[in-house]
Design a protein around this ligand. Structure first.
Ligand SMILES: [Zn+2]
Length: 551
């Protein structure tokens, strides 16, 4: 028998770009954009928020050229030098050197530099634009990791301004100037900049600058650290709405760490806690009262993720089936009813959910929902609960397509049976207008309403509707829209001559709500410890929790 899977399934989540084949992920992404504004899934280290303004400041002072090419040259050398420093500082693979821009190339270069620590090298050897994207260049995007990952959030936060004129960027007049000047007087900055300007570096210098410039060294510089903490949490009650939202989510993360003694994977733990209200160890999580509203938003996000992921898995299973049937069996009028019937020939017994031996296809949706309600374990004990959302998530390829389909329906019902989310779930999100649930027609609310309306409907008939409207029909609508708007063909299935035709598969996925980055930020700010000794709150993090929230 295969090893028991002990890891929560959302560990496997992958960030995808424009591969939202059912138009469901956009709903999740909109929600977490509201929950954690000012960072993204690719802004991994908060010290880049001060690093780039400082580089810009130095460049403006010393080079004073408006040439875009010149700016890029300096930017790229600076970025790569920082990668060398970070990777050398953590050459023993200790925590804190991860996710620096250009890491792979830096490691290779350091291997070469190692043999001659005093030898002088040209940074441009690895950063020159002529080589952009070619083997030997650290980063394909001409504007480096700055352009690819950080520019838009830095602008959003007021650290930089995006300009029409070359070089296309300016220092934010208030915050940008302030942080650049704070950094400029730190030890090591002069040497760092000189190396960038003169295009010349030695391993000895890389080593010397580790304790000053490495992203992990932020906690050694109080003023810079306080500035960045204020940027994330807001200094006072005058703070803008995005800062307040971000601060409240970050405080929920700190509160979660405060109630556990060392967590291996804080992202999975928080996602679990947000939905179930209990830690994976079964302990109740108590959110600070002023953060209750935000916790509900996270719960709605997680409930949506269960529903979205189940529907994506159902879609993939439908595609798998479509590949194997004859043209006649793929006929529009009979393919889905037949598939729903067959997949729901499973019973609660065969799905290991209980003792009821009747096939689901002979029961009503309401009957199945009541079975789920009656059998779900209390929230504290949901980890191994057969009727729990996590257990019911389909798990191909171990689960064959028919089982995936049955479990997908089971998971939807499990979320509804648990009934944790509020009647108007999206009204909790300030950035979602009232039209939102109508614009994105498959969502937590519509799924719930459909099931409520169809409690007396035969489960196979209802599932046929779901697969037809919210899976295949929804996919074709989404793909048509992409074709019209982006002239991009993303069809996984087509309708030809009265039947469905398989085109290709795809990878169902959870979305990534920026939590990995948020926890790294908290760690880099010294508010919590990281993986090395289990994620846990530090005294600076406790202090933040103790200051009342600025409403
Ligand atoms: Zn370091």
């Amino acid at each position: 028998m295969a090893e028991v899977e002990v890891e929560p399934r959302w560990l496997k989540s992958v960030h995808t770009h424009g591969l939202d084949h059912l138009g469901l992920q956009v709903v999740s992404i909109t929600m977490y954009g509201d929950l954690l504004p000012g960072l993204t899934n690719v802004t991994d280290r908060i010290r880049y928020y001060s690093f780039f303004p400082w580089i810009l400041h130095r460049y403006a002072k010393d080079v004073r050229s408006t040439s875009l090419a010149k700016w890029r040259e300096h930017l790229r050398r600076a970025e790569f030098l920082l990668a060398l420093i970070g990777k050398w500082h953590h050459r023993d693979d200790s925590e804190g050197g991860e996710a620096v821009v250009g890491a792979d190339q830096a490691k290779k270069v350091l291997d070469a530099m190692r043999s001659a620590p005093t030898k002088s090298w040209r940074l441009s050897k690895w950063t020159a634009l002529a080589k952009a994207g070619e083997d030997g260049s650290y980063f394909a995007n001409r504007n480096g990791g700055y352009g690819q990952y950080y520019r838009s959030v830095l602008a959003e936060l007021g650290l930089i301004t995006i300009e029409e004129k070359d070089p296309g960027v300016g220092l934010g007049p208030d915050l940008g100037v302030k942080i650049a000047e704070l950094c400029d007087v730190q030890p090591g900055r002069e040497e760092f900049w000189t190396a960038v300007r003169d295009d010349e570096v030695t391993l000895n210098l890389v080593e010397e600058l580790g304790s000053h410039l490495c992203p992990c060294a932020l906690t050694s510089f109080d003023e810079e650290r306080a500035f960045l903490a204020n940027l994330m949490f807001g200094p006072d009650r005058t703070t803008g709405v995005n800062t307040r939202r971000r601060a409240r989510s970050l405080r929920l993360l700190l509160a979660m760490l405060n109630q556990s003694d060392g967590v291996d994977d804080p992202v999975s733990e928080f996602r679990h806690v947000a939905y179930f209200g209990h830690t994976t160890a079964g302990r109740k999580y108590v959110a600070p009262p002023e953060l209750q509203h935000d916790l509900v938003k996270w719960l709605v996000y997680e409930a949506s993720e269960f529903v979205h992921y189940s529907l994506e898995q159902a879609f993939l299973a439908v595609l798998a089936r479509l590949k194997t049937v004859t043209p006649k069996e793929a006929a529009l009028e009979s393919f889905l009813p037949q598939l729903a019937q067959e997949s729901l020939s499973a019973s609660s017994t065969t799905l290991k959910l209980g003792r009821d031996k009747r096939p689901w296809s002979s029961r009503t949706l309401g009957d199945l929902l009541r079975e789920a309600e009656a059998n779900q374990q209390p929230l504290a004990k949901n980890v191994d609960d057969p009727w729990g959302e996590m257990s019911l998530l389909p798990n191909p390829p171990e689960d064959a397509p028919l089982t995936v389909l049955a479990r997908s329906l089971g998971c939807l019902l499990s979320v509804l049976a648990r009934n944790l989310f509020p009647p108007k779930p999206f009204s909790f999100f300030e950035n979602l207008d009232t039209e939102f649930p109508k614009r994105y027609r498959v969502n937590l609310e519509t799924v719930r309403d459909f099931v409520q309306k169809n409690l007396d409907t035969n489960a196979a008939a209802a599932y046929t509707d779901i697969l037809s409207n919210w899976v295949l029909g929804q996919h074709i609508r989404v793909a048509m829209r992409k074709l019209r708007q982006q002239t991009q063909a993303t069809f996984k299935v087509a309708v030809e001559e009265g039947r469905y035709v398989w085109i290709e598969d795809f990878d169902p996925t959870f979305t990534n709500p920026r939590l990995r980055q948020a926890f790294r930020f908290l760690r880099d700010l010294g508010l919590c410890g990281g993986a090395t000794d289990g994620w846990r709150l530090r005294s600076a993090g406790k202090q933040i929790l103790e200051v009342p929230d600025a409403k």
